[in-house]
Design a protein around this ligand. Structure first.
Ligand SMILES: Cc1ncc(C[n+]2csc(CCOP(=O)(O)OP(=O)(O)O)c2C)c(N)n1
Ligand SMILES: [Mg+2]
Length: 276
C-alpha cells in the first residue's frame, strides 16, 4: 500500500504536470490535451513508484520497459520523464520543433526513456508481448508495461496480441487500458462499441482488474496485484476521464487534438490552480 505522504507527493506532481502540459501545448499551439490529461496518474505511478528505471543509464538492459501505445499522449509522457530525470524540464518547450528530441509522438531513437516508437495505434501490445518474452528468455527480471487507449482497442491488431498473450503469457507483462470512453471523433461506445470489455478479455483467457485511473493508490495496488497473477495475462482497466482536470475538456472529443487558444488557456490554468 502507498502511504499518505507518497500519495500526496504524487498528487502534487500530477497537478504540476497538468499545468505544465497546458502551458506547453498553449505555447506551441499543438499537441493532444485530452488523452494526455487522462493518462497523467497512470504514467506518474508507473515511472515514480512502480518501474525500475535508471535515468542516468536509460538504455541499461535490466530496466523495465514502458510502451505508450497511445503515442499521441507523448506530451504527458515527456513531462513525467523529465521530472524523473531523463532530460531537462526546460526541453519541453521544444515540443514538436524541428530537430527537437521531443516530437509529436514518442521516438525510441531520439528520446531517453522511450522504449517504443508509437503513434500508429494498435501496435504496442504486440511489441510489448515480444519484448516480455525476449527479456524472460534472456533471464532478465525486467517487466514490460503497455498502456493502451480504449479507442485504440478498435484496432484488430490489439486482439491478435491479446490472443497470442494468452498462449505465451509471460509473467513479466502488465497491460493497462486508459479507459476514458472517448476517442478522436466521439464516444467509443458510438464510434465502435466495445461492449463488455471485461468479458471480452476474459473470453481471450485474460484476468481483468479494474481501478480508478486517477487515484494513485488504487493504480498502485492494482499494479502490485497484477504481478501476483502468473497463470494468465492480466490487464488493468483504469477508469479515467479524457481531459481530466480541465472542466471544458472533460469527456469532450473536441479537445482530443486541438490547439489551446488564449481564452481557454486562461480558464484552464486558473482551474488547475494558477501559474506558479
Ligand atoms: C492506426 C491509427 N489510426 C488512427 C489514428 C488517429 N488517432 C490518433 S488518436 C486516435 C483516437 C484514440 O483514442 P483512444 O485510444 O481512446 O485515446 P485517448 O482517448 O486516450 O486519447 C485516433 C483515431 C492513429 N494514430 N493510428
Ligand atoms: Mg479514449
Amino acid at each position: 500500500m502507498m502511504n499518505q505522504a507518497e500519495t500526496d507527493r504524487l498528487n502534487h506532481l500530477c497537478r504540476q504536470f497538468r499545468k505544465d502540459l497546458i502551458e506547453v501545448l498553449h505555447e506551441r499551439q499543438t499537441g493532444h490535451p485530452g488523452g494526455s490529461l487522462s493518462v497523467c496518474e497512470i504514467l506518474t505511478v508507473l515511472l515514480f513508484e512502480e518501474m525500475r528505471v535508471d535515468p542516468d543509464h536509460p538504455d541499461r538492459v535490466d530496466r523495465d520497459r514502458l510502451i505508450l501505445s497511445k503515442g499521441h499522449a507523448a506530451p504527458m509522457l515527456y513531462r513525467v520523464l523529465a521530472e524523473r530525470g531523463f532530460f531537462p524540464v526546460e526541453e519541453l518547450h521544444t515540443l514538436r520543433k524541428l530537430n527537437s528530441r521531443l516530437q509529436g509522438h514518442p521516438c525510441l531513437l531520439d528520446t531517453p526513456g522511450v522504449d517504443m516508437t508509437s503513434g500508429p495505434l494498435g501496435l504496442g501490445l504486440s511489441v510489448g508481448l515480444g519484448a516480455a518474452i525476449g527479456l524472460q528468455k534472456q533471464g532478465l527480471s525486467s517487466r514490460v508495461y503497455v498502456v493502451l487507449g480504449d479507442g485504440e482497442l478498435n484496432e484488430g491488431t490489439v486482439w491478435e496480441a491479446v490472443m497470442s498473450a494468452s498462449k505465451f503469457h509471460p509473467e513479466n507483462l502488465t497491460t493497462i487500458v486508459d479507459y476514458n470512453g472517448v476517442q478522436l471523433d466521439g464516444p467509443t461506445s458510438v464510434i465502435m462499441p466495445e461492449g463488455d470489455l471485461k468479458a471480452k478479455f476474459e473470453a481471450f483467457g485474460w484476468q481483468v482488474l479494474t481501478c480508478d485511473g486517477h487515484i494513485v493508490a488504487d493504480l498502485y495496488d492494482s499494479l502490485q496485484k497484477a504481478k501476483t497473477i502468473t497463470s494468465k495475462p492480466v490487464v488493468i482497466i483504469a477508469k479515467t476521464v479524457k481531459g481530466k482536470g480541465v472542466s471544458f475538456m472533460e469527456g469532450q472529443n473536441a479537445w482530443h487534438g486541438k490547439a489551446i487558444d488564449d481564452a481557454h488557456y486562461e480558464i484552464a490554468i486558473s482551474e488547475l490552480g494558477g501559474t506558479d
